[in-house]
Design a protein around this ligand. Structure first.
Ligand SMILES: NC(=O)c1ccc[n+]([C@@H]2O[C@H](COP(=O)([O-])OP(=O)(O)OC[C@H]3O[C@@H](n4cnc5c(N)ncnc54)[C@H](OP(=O)(O)O)[C@@H]3O)[C@@H](O)[C@H]2O)c1
Length: 300
């Protein structure tokens, strides 16, 4: 890998992409980050040309249509953005010799059984988003066997692009009643930890699918919300402990897409490479602290 060349990042305005660019620049990398309008992943051939025209040592794809309901409403766009364009990026990297890292999701996994899932676990996408992401994983590997696919889950820690964690904290600050789904489990993962793992893996020859998520036991959204309230209260940002009611997947009216139930992953392969991810509780502590810092909130 020619370190004198930049890293080309797709999806640089996103939850992970923003943080990845910041972390890469902090380590001295030059980053080329086309905005959505400059290189639209709805046009796979243009994406391929863009990669071929850019002298980059690596391409990192953080772009996706990541909204489940959005994917259900527009399966063609999900297919183009989440599968076809990433495959074209991979193909272009085969020509230029650039390293290719593509982000995927725990939602491709079969979520019917409890327990942490390894990279060899069975996949069984049950919604359009997951189908398009799984298709992306397969097409990317077919186009470029050296490609590295990082499956991540429940990204938090970027208050500029709020996720469940930041939304629940914002609602608590506004004094709203809180409820969260208690019958679906995964692993919250901080965007900074994903970015750091990706940067550590960049100069390696690791290929195929690799799980990148926090360590520990699977958590439900309800568990995450309760832990966040405890952390916010303990650190003095919430005057009292806020109650979080339990919700069930079937009772959330705006969930049109089916959600897999047990998709928490194990980052064992990452650990064998000496890259350690924090425990999920530490991840939430980090995200809670980032959120209140970003809000400029005052301790009570
Ligand atoms: N968020 C999670 O909890 C989560 C969980 C598991 C896996 N993942 C995976 O992690 C990766 C990053 O997710 P994220 O949460 O950071 O996503 P995000 O915040 O939704 O950001 C998506 C990025 O993709 C860009 N994008 C979308 N459509 C595009 C198009 N047609 N052309 C060009 N750019 C386009 C967006 O640009 P604009 O903002 O300009 O539209 C944005 O920069 C994705 O592969 C996602 O599937 C995320």
């Amino acid at each position: 890998m020619n370190n004198a060349l930049p890293i080309l990042v797709f999806g640089a305005s996103g939850r992970v992409g923003q943080v990845f660019c910041r972390e890469a620049q902090a380590r001295g990398w030059t980053v080329v980050a086309p905005q959505h309008g400059e290189c639209d992943l709805m046009e796979p051939e243009a994406v391929c040309d863009y990669v071929l025209r850019t002298a980059a040592c690596a391409v990192v794809n953080c772009a996706a249509i990541s909204g489940l309901e959005e994917c259900e409403s527009d399966a063609l766009s999900a297919h183009l953005v989440n599968a076809v364009s990433p495959a074209r990026m991979a193909l272009a990297c085969r020509h230029t010799g650039a390293r290719f890292i593509h982000l995927s999701t725990d939602y491709v996994l079969d979520g019917r059984k409890q327990g942490l899932k390894s990279e060899t676990a069975h996949c069984r996408p049950i919604n359009t988003y997951a189908e398009s992401k799984r298709e992306g994983e397969l097409q990317v590997q077919e186009a470029l066997t050296e490609a590295l696919i990082l499956r991540v889950s429940w990204v938090c820690g970027n208050p500029e692009r709020p996720s469940f964690v930041e939304s629940v904290l914002a609602r608590a600050l506004r004094g709203e009643c809180l409820a969260a789904v208690a019958d679906k489990w995964s692993m919250p993962t901080h965007a900074v930890d994903i970015a750091r793992a990706a940067l550590a893996l960049l100069p390696t020859e690791q290929r195929g699918v690799l799980h990148v998520c926090s360590a520990g036991d699977p958590l439900s959204w309800h568990d995450c919300a309760v832990i966040c309230m405890q952390l916010a209260h303990e650190s003095g940002y919430l005057a009292s402990m806020v109650h979080v009611a339990e919700q069930h997947l079937k009772g959330v009216p705006f969930f049109r897409a089916k959600r897999p139930v047990h998709t928490a992953m194990d980052s064992a392969r990452l650990r064998t490479l000496g890259i350690r991810m924090p425990e999920a509780t530490e991840t939430l502590r980090h995200a809670v602290s980032d959120f209140f810092l970003f809000k400029g909130a005052v301790k009570r």
